[in-house]
Design a protein around this ligand. Structure first.
Ligand code: B12
Length: 210
């Protein structure tokens, strides 16, 4: 299993074949971090095609699924290795009252493929749970998804809860989801906003100082 083939499987969104291909590469003795680079290269190309409107949301969702499959076998291999691509810890969640998680999961798989340490709390997550997770992990970035107009105010609750816990200055808060824009995000206490997951990763890398 060569690296070009792995890159190609991501670009071609081969969700059914990727897990076996990654497994084969690892069994061949390939370094998990080189496997990660090959997959990331594929995701970069998917992102580029999305930006150029050659790929649409369906492809982006499928690419996220494909990466998720790849990570089933790659994640344990990466964790077993003592090298880490990036020590920046990120907490990811969909806000309280909101049960949409497709966009969040795409962002999550892109963040994993960029090598971040990801703590995905799922959807419908209470502000206090997020604060507790920051305390537990020492995460420096929180990424929140909100798809419902009704729940965007929850971003403010997270911002306030972080302030009460004395943690607001030690974390960056980035948000995304259709009802949001940069102006509203800032008004709700967030530090940053991104329109889509590809741009989100770019913003998060900047927030992490790289
Ligand atoms: C699928 C879907 C559902 C599914 C969710 C399944 C799941 N596991 O996620 C189900 C059926 C459960 C559902 C339920 C409801 N839904 Co719904 N749903 C949708 C739908 C069709 C697609 C959302 C989606 O997944 N899009 C694809 C993903 C990839 O896009 P995305 O989430 O926007 O994410 C992208 C960006 O926003 C960004 N992003 C997202 N999060 C983040 C976070 C960060 C940090 C960053 C940087 C970027 C980022 O990156 C992503 C990829 O590029 C939308 C309509 C639409 N076309 O958007 C309605 C929609 C969101 N739903 C809506 C509604 C009203 C509901 C219900 C209230 C319906 C009802 N009456 O019961 C319930 C609410 C349940 C609840 N409590 O959450 C409305 C919301 C209106 C509003 N503005 O408030 C919408 C817009 C439909 C509509 N036009 O009315 N829904």
């Amino acid at each position: 299993m060569d690296f070009e083939k792995l890159t190609e499987l991501i670009i071609e969104l081969e969700v059914d074949d990727i897990e076996a291909a990654v497994k084969e590469a690892l069994e061949d003795g390939k370094d998990p971090f080189d496997v990660l680079s090959a997959l990331t290269k594929g995701m970069d190309e998917v992102g580029k095609r999305y930006e150029e409107k050659e790929y649409y949301l369906t492809e982006l969702v499928l690419a996220g699924e494909t990466m998720k499959e790849a990570f089933k076998v790659l994640q344990p291999a990466l964790a077993a290795s003592d090298r880490s691509v990036d020590k920046t810890k990120i907490i990811l969640a969909t806000v309280k009252g909101d049960n949409h998680d497709i966009g969040k999961n795409i962002l999550g798989s892109l963040l994993l493929s960029s090598g971040f340490e990801l703590h995905d709390l799922g959807m419908d997550v209470d502000a206090d749970v997020i604060v507790d997770k920051v305390k537990e992990t020492g995460a420096t970035i929180i990424a929140l998804s909100s798809l419902l107009t009704m729940t965007v105010e929850q971003i403010k609750s997270v911002h306030e809860a972080l302030k009460v816990a004395g943690l607001r200055d030690s974390v960056k808060l980035i948000v995304g989801g259709a009802p949001l824009n940069m102006e509203l995000a800032k008004r709700l206490g967030a530090d940053d906003f991104a329109d889509d997951a590809v741009d989100g990763v770019r913003h998060i890398k900047a927030l992490a100082g790289k």
